[in-house]
Every structure is written in structure tokens, then in C-alpha cells.
Design a protein around this ligand. Structure first.
Ligand SMILES: [Mg+2]
Length: 166
């Protein structure tokens, strides 16, 4: 039996576009978003090498494929669509403190293992996923001031490696 390939959900603002630190001078091509020069082109190959199915989990939606993916050397990736949630409280029974993305990501993953990289993950998200998701899941919070680091990537790789050994 082949093991399911884990899904890796990627947030953009924070993990891939850090907010802090020195701001590189934008080129004219990046005039629409002065943060874009902060994208680290080296991250694309390192994310691909994790051996996961990469999926955008960001409010950038389709613009992640148009703007971010080419700058990271990533192919066009599937995009999670977010549920309409006019009052921001989530579906009935949603616990306080649960991130609005969390139920949609667990639903997308189905019964596959998943990893989620985001700067807004909290303890309620981890507890909720542990309770509902039938496969291993790693909710990894990234410091938005620094963005995704080599240390973060090592944590992701170790989790994926652990799945292979299970
Ligand atoms: Mg974010």
C-alpha cells in the first residue's frame, strides 16, 4: 500500500513575505507591492524538496499563483477557497480562538496527513485539528518578523520524515 502524500498548506503574508527587518529596494516590477522583494527565491526549491503536495492557504488566492509562485520558482499550485463568513464567527459550534482557515484546511486535507505553515496558528487550532483530523497534522507557526527560516524547514522535514517511518 502506498502512503498518501502529505499536503503542505502555505500562507503568504508572514511566512513567505516577512513583515520585519530591512526593506530591500523594490524594483519597478514590484511597484504594486513593496514587500515583494522580501520573497526569498531559494524557498521554492526547498519547499518542493519536502515531497508534499503544496497548496496555497492565503487570502492572496489566485494572485499567489500569478505573483508569488513565479518569484519562488514554484509551479501553479491549487488554491484553498475560503467559506463566506460575514460575521467572522465560523460555522455553528466553532470554538472561540479557532482560526477561520482551520476548518477549511482540515476539510481540504480529508484523510491525508497535512502540514500548515502560518503566522497566525494558535493552541486552539492545534487542539481542534487533533480532535477532528484522522491523520497526523503539523500546525507550524512561523514568526512573521523573520519569515520561514531554515529552522522552520527542518521542523517540516522532520515531520514528513516521521510519517515515512510510521
Ligand atoms: Mg499570514
Amino acid at each position: 500500500m502506498t502512503r498518501p502524500v502529505p499536503v503542505l498548506f502555505l500562507d503568504v503574508d508572514g511566512p513567505l513575505l516577512p513583515f520585519g527587518g530591512a526593506r530591500p529596494a523594490p524594483s519597478s516590477a514590484d511597484a504594486d507591492n513593496p514587500l515583494l522583494p522580501r520573497l526569498d527565491a531559494g524557498l521554492g526549491p526547498r519547499l518542493l524538496s519536502l515531497g508534499c503536495d503544496l497548496v496555497w492557504a492565503t487570502t492572496w488566492q489566485d494572485e499567489a499563483n500569478e505573483v508569488v509562485a513565479p518569484r519562488l520558482g514554484l509551479p501553479a499550485l491549487p488554491v484553498v477557497r475560503w467559506p463566506e463568513d460575514p460575521d467572522g464567527t465560523g460555522p455553528p459550534g466553532t470554538p472561540r480562538g479557532l482560526h477561520w482557515k482551520t476548518p477549511a484546511l482540515a476539510a481540504w486535507a480529508g484523510d491525508r496527513p497535512f502540514l500548515w505553515v502560518d503566522d497566525e496558528i494558535g493552541p486552539v487550532d492545534r487542539l481542534w485539528v487533533e480532535g477532528v483530523h484522522p491523520a497526523p497534522a503539523l500546525l507550524h507557526r512561523v514568526d512573521p518578523r523573520r519569515g520561514l527560516t531554515g529552522g522552520d524547514l527542518a521542523v517540516l522535514a522532520a515531520f514528513v520524515g516521521g510519517l515515512g517511518a510510521a
